[in-house]
Design a protein around this ligand. Structure first.
Ligand code: SAH
Length: 497
C-alpha cells in the first residue's frame, strides 16, 4: 500500500519544509509498527525545488486474520478457512488500513501542529498526492464527486486495468488517484484519512462508537457542507445506521452553527470583554459569571455542566475553585470548543486538573445519557440562540432527561436594550439571537418549565437593576423539588432509591 505526498518550493521557501510539517526528516527512512503491519516513511526526492514523501504500509495478512477473530473482516466476511483471507489485495491496495497508518504516522501533521513552522502549517501549500492503487467502489466518477468539492485543482482517477497484457478483461476496481492543488497539508491529510476508507467501503477493523468522534474531528472544516456528506458518513461508519445518524445530526448542527456568527462579536460581549481597567464599569460578562458562581456555591454543587459553554470562559472560572470537582463543557460548535480548549490549555494541563474537566461536542436538543447525574447545569446566554420551536426539545433534554439538582438559565432582558448606547432601536444584541425576552416573557416560560418538570424557580437580576427596564441580564435559578420539599442541589444517593 502506497501513497506519496509531494510539494514544490524555492530556495527561500524550500520544498523540504515538508519534512518539518510531517515531522519526518527527509534524510532518513523511518519505520513504524502499526496495528496492521509496518509503515515506512521515506523521501524519493528531497530538494529545495521538489520534495516528495512516501508512506508505504506492509500489511501482514496472516496477522490480520488472526487478530480479526471473525470481527472486522469487512462486510460479508468469509468463513475461517477461506483462502481469500490470506490471499487478497490487502498488501498493496490503499484500503482503510492505509488510512489508519496515515493517522498514526502523521498524527501531528493531521492535527495541523508544527512548532517549528506554525505559519507554514497554517497556510496552503502546492501539493501533489498520488495513490497508485486505490480501491474505489463507485469508480472514478465517485472519486471526482468526493474530492472535487474540496478545493483541488486537479482530480484525476484513472481506472487500473485488471491485466495490462489482456485489455479485453477490462478494468479492475482500482484507480490511480492524483490530486493537485493548494491546500493546507493538515486538511489534505484529514480528507484522505476519511475518504480512503469511504472509497474502499470495507472497514477492516471493528467500528466502535468513538469512530463518530474521529469522523467529526477529521471532518472539521470540510465535511459538514460536503455535497456527498450522507454517503461519506454512511460508508465511513460501515453502514451502521445508529452511528451514521448520530454523525449526521452532529454535522448538521455544525453546519448550522458555522453558518451563524458565533457569539464572539455580540454587542454585550463586545461591551463586556473590552477591558478590565478599574475606571470602566464592570463588564456584564463578569457580572454574569459572578452571579452564576454565587448561585452554584449556594446550591452546594460540585459536579457542574456548562451547557453551550462557547469559548470556555465559565469553565475556566469554575476550574479556579476547588469545590467544583467535575466540570463538563458542552457545545455544538467545534470551533468554539477548539478555542475553549486552547484557552484552558487542555493539552498542557496537569493530570489532576485535567481529571476535573472535559469538553464535549453535542447538541442540547438531543437527550444525552452522559449528562445525567450532575449536581447543576448552567445555560448561560444559550436559549436565545435556539429557534423557538426547538426550545421544547432542549427543555426535555435538560429538565426532563439530564435533571440536575440545580439549573441556571441566563438570557438578555430585551427591555434593557434601550439603555445600550451602541444598539440601534429594535435590534437584538447579537445577530444570532433568535429571540430576546422581556422579564414577563422569561418568567412565563421558566414558570411553565418548572411546573412541567418538578422544579421550583426564583429570579436573580444580573448587572445594574434599572428601576424602569430591569437588569441587562436575567437569571432563573431552578431547584429540583423532592418529596420532602426542595433539595440543596447536592446529588443525594437516597433520592434515587
Ligand atoms: N455560555 C457561553 C456562550 C454563549 S453563546 C457564555 O455565556 O458566554 C451560545 C452558545 O451556545 C454558542 O457557543 C453556541 O454554539 C451554543 N449553542 C447554540 N445552540 C446549541 C445547541 N443546540 N446545542 C449546544 N450548544 C448550542
Amino acid at each position: 500500500m502506497f501513497l506519496t505526498i509531494g510539494t514544490t518550493g524555492t530556495q527561500e521557501r524550500p520544498a523540504t519544509d515538508l519534512g518539518f510539517l510531517l515531522h519526518k526528516h527527509p534524510d532518513k527512512a523511518q519505520a513504524f509498527s502499526t496495528s496492521h503491519g509496518s509503515a515506512h516513511v521515506f523521501y524519493p526526492e528531497a530538494s529545495a525545488e521538489r520534495c516528495t514523501a512516501a508512506l508505504l504500509l506492509e500489511v501482514d495478512p496472516v496477522a490480520l486474520v488472526r487478530r480479526g477473530k471473525g470481527k472486522g473482516k469487512g462486510r460479508g466476511g468469509a468463513p475461517d478457512a477461506a483462502l481469500a483471507q490470506y490471499v487478497n489485495d490487502r498488501p498493496y491496495a490503499a484500503s482503510s488500513l492505509l488510512s489508519v497508518a496515515l493517522a498514526a504516522v502523521f498524527k501531528s501533521a493531521l492535527g495541523g501542529v508544527c512548532r517549528a513552522m506554525p505559519e507554514r502549517a497554517a497556510s496552503p501549500l502546492p501539493l501533489r498526492i498520488e495513490v497508485p492503487a486505490l480501491p474505489a467502489r463507485g469508480g472514478a466518477e465517485l472519486v471526482h464527486r468526493l474530492f472535487a468539492p474540496l478545493g483541488w485543482e486537479r482530480v484525476e482517477a484513472t481506472p487500473v486495468p485488471l491485466d495490462e497484457q489482456f485489455p479485453a478483461w477490462g478494468d479492475s476496481r482500482y484507480v490511480r488517484l492524483v490530486l493537485e492543488g493548494e491546500l493546507r497539508l493538515a486538511d489534505a491529510l484529514r480528507q484522505l484519512y476519511v475518504l480512503l476508507p469511504v472509497l474502499d467501503d470495507a472497514k477492516h477493523y471493528w467500528v466502535a462508537p468513538d469512530e463518530v468522534d474521529k469522523l467529526l474531528r477529521a471532518g472539521e472544516g470540510w465535511l459538514a457542507d460536503h455535497p456527498e456528506r450522507p454517503l461519506i458518513t454512511r460508508r465511513y461508519l460501515s453502514h451502521r445506521w445508529g452511528l451514521t445518524r448520530q454523525a449526521d445530526q452532529a454535522l448538521e448542527l455544525v453546519r448550522l452553527a458555522e453558518s451563524d456568527d458565533l457569539d464572539v462579536d455580540s454587542v454585550d460581549n463586545a461591551v463586556d470583554e473590552s477591558t478590565d481597567t478599574e475606571e470602566k464599569p464592570v463588564p456584564l460578562a463578569v457580572h454574569r459569571r459572578t452571579a452564576i458562581l454565587d448561585a452554584l456555591r449556594a446550591a452546594g454543587a460540585s459536579r457542574v455542566l456548562d451547557l453551550g459553554c462557547g469559548q470556555g470562559q465559565l469553565v475556566q472560572a469554575l476550574l479556579k475553585d476547588a469545590r467544583f470537582t467535575e466540570i463538563v463543557g458542552v457545545d455544538v460548535s467545534m470551533r468554539a470548543l477548539t478555542i475553549a480548549s486552547r484557552r484552558l490549555k487542555l493539552d498542557r494541563m496537569g493530570e489532576r486538573q485535567a481529571d476535573r474537566v472535559a469538553l464535549r461536542q453535542g447538541s442540547l436538543t438531543y437527550t444525552d445519557k452522559r449528562l445525567a447525574g450532575y449536581d447543576a447545569a448552567v445555560l448561560s446566554e444559550v436559549v436565545e440562540h435556539l429557534d423557538l420551536p426547538r426550545l421544547p426539545a432542549l427543555e426535555y433534554a435538560v429538565f426532563g432527561a439530564a435533571r440536575p439538582g440545580t439549573i441556571l438559565v441566563t438570557t438578555p432582558n430585551v427591555e434593557y436594550n434601550v439603555r445600550w448606547e451602541t444598539l440601534p432601536a429594535g435590534h437584538a444584541r447579537h445577530g444570532d439571537h433568535r429571540f430576546e425576552w422581556t422579564r414577563a416573557e422569561f418568567r412565563d416560560w421558566a414558570g411553565q418549565v418548572a411546573e412541567r418538570h418538578g422544579y421550583t424557580v426564583r429570579y436573580v437580576p444580573v448587572g445594574p437593576d434599572d428601576p424602569e427596564v430591569g437588569p441587562p441580564t436575567q437569571m432563573a435559578v431552578f431547584t429540583r423539588a423532592t418529596e420532602t420539599g426542595t433539595t440543596t442541589g447536592k446529588t443525594k444517593e437516597a433520592e434515587a432509591a
